[in-house]
Every structure is written in C-alpha cells, then in structure tokens.
Design a protein around this ligand. Sequence first.
Ligand SMILES: [Zn+2]
Length: 396
Amino acid sequence: MSSLLLTGIGHLTTNDGDPVRDAVVAIDEGLITYAGPAADAPETEGREVLDCGGRAVIPGFVDAHTHLVFAGDRSDEFRRKMAGEGYQEIARSGGGIQATVRATRAASEEELLDLATERVRRMIATGTTTVEIKSGYGLDTETELRLLRVARRVGEELGITVRTTFLGAHTVAPDLTRERYVELLVDEMIPAAAGLADYCDVFVEKGVFSVDEARHILHAASEHGMKARIHAEQLTRSGGAALAAEIGAVSADHLDHATPDDAAALAEAGVAAVLCPGASYMLRGSQAPGPMLWDAGCTVAITTDCNPGTSFFESMAPIVSLAVVQTGLTVEQAIWAATRGGALALELPDRGLVTEGGVGDLVVLDAPDPAHIPYRPATDLTWRVIRSGSVVDGES
Ligand SMILES: [Zn+2]
C-alpha cells in the first residue's frame, strides 16, 4: 500500500475541533498519519502527492442505514402515489413492499449482486466510503440469506466497508400469520442469519411489529450475537425508541415522531439517533426533530435509507441538504452527522474523522467550503474520493 499526501487543502473538516485552513493530510498504509496546517506537514518525498488546489476536504460519508439489495422497479407506483392514490389501494393492487419481495425472491444471487454493485458504485462515486446494508425483501430464510451474502460480496468486490443487518422483521411474510412469522424469525431465520449479519433490526410500527414482538425478536438475535437496531417512530409514535433505550440497542432509526422523553432516553442509554430525511421528503411526511435530538445529547446520524419504496437516494449530498433545509440541523451538524455520526452509529470509531490513526477515507469537494454541499443540492461536487489512502479511479 502506498503513501499519499494531500496538499493545498483550503478547508479541512476534521470532526475534531475547528476546521483547518491551508491544510495537509498524509495517509500511510491506509491510515492517517498527519492532518493539520501545511506549515508542520511531513516531507513530500517518497509520497504520491495530490494537490487539492484550495478545495475543501471532508471525511468520507458513512451511510448507516440502507436497504440497497433488491430487484424490481416501482417507478410506476411512485407516479400513482404522487397523483394521489392511497397506500391501501396500491397494496391491494399488488404494489408496495410486497412487490419488491416478489421481484427479489425471483432474482438470482448474481442478478442481485449486479444490481447492488451498480448502486454502491454510484454511492462511492459521490463520496460514500462506508455503508450499512439491511436485508428485508426476502421474508423467507433462503432469500434473506441471499441478500446478506450479496451485501457482504458487494463490499468485498468494491473494497468498501459494509456492515450488514438482518431485517427479516421488515414486515410479515405474505403467506404467513404474524404469530407464525415471528416464530419463524426466532426459531429459524435468526439462527441462520447469525454469522452473516452484524445487527438485527425490527420495524416497530402500528400494523407491522409491536414493541413486545420486537423485544422477543431482538432478544433472540442477541443470543445469536447480533446487536439491535430499531425502525422507530417513523409513521406514528410506536414506542420503538423507548424499547431501543430499554434494551441498549445500537441505534433507533427514523424518529420522525420522537418526543423529548424519547430523546432523553436515547441520549441516556447511548443509542444513536439515525435520521432518514430522504424518506420524510419522499413521503411528504413529518420531519424528525433533529435539533431536539442533537440538543438532548444524542449521537445523530443522517442516512440515505436507500430503498425502492420511500427513499431511492444513493448519494449522501442531497441528504445533507435535506437535513439542513428540512430537518433544521446546522450545516456543521449535518456534515458531522453524515460522517462521524454515521461511523459511531455503526460502531466504527476510526471512521468519519480526519485525525492521526483514523482510516484514510476522504472526499475532496470541487468547492472551497463544505457548506456548498447543502447549498448546491443538485450539483455533484465530488472531485476525488480517497478510500483507505487510495484515490478511487471511478472504474473500481
Ligand atoms: Zn429503513
């Protein structure tokens, strides 16, 4: 592995104190060995030098919540929803999540890998260097395992860090009663997913899984070595956040309907608050109380929630913009939440910051200040992506 020196950085976001102007970053063997003023920088000799020409540099984006392994196309459903058709009507005509489940069950592992690879390539090209991927469009043991294998393989093949989450409890399988499906999750699917998934997630929502069912499912997961994440308070106040705090989950996600009590409980229990502003936007729904969660002391992350039904975002940049303009985070909070917040929500303490010993994952922006990310939401400002100290060539 090589040595890379980034020089001429006009504005360096380290996520460790104030930004540094006129900065240099050195990366050796994939790890950051220097990040600071040019005046104290190490020698250029023996290193590949990338002159950033006054551009801004931020840590690579850490996208801590995605459902990017799926097949099928729901663009027509989007058209119908935007024209006013209701959720029930669409579900009755075979649309919604069950449409993705049918298409995904019918797809081979190689087909799913090709689809996921294209999506992750676009993510990397727009600055994402670490991604979490959930299963959840199989709802049977065989397909769920296929999705988790694809998630792992896409990481290995593209050289990006992937954390995997088993989300068999995304909704109830179409052919089973809820009781039978919860039994299947606990007795068969969770034991089978152990070893392929770092985490287990449950969609706690009115009409999906109750708090008691989620507690039962996540307890079984913990016995198989998978820590908990919870889809909580997305469409209604479901009690998922309180459960996340009670069981010490790693994250509570969405939180559009979280209350000040929820925020205090999450902060107290050290549960990351993972927000999905793209889903709020696409659903024309409520915004998560980002500033309230931040002020309560939660570790806040923002994510694409990349999925075919409610948030088909692959790039983090527009998410940063939504988090600022719609959710109400400051520019600095949103960029922190898209990088360091995501890393902490995935228990990767050496990511999402530019300090000595951190992993050398960076984005050089074609802009002088990172405020351009939320300020120019429709422009791809990615100039170079650096992954583990290597410049991504766009063909990897
Ligand atoms: Zn989700």
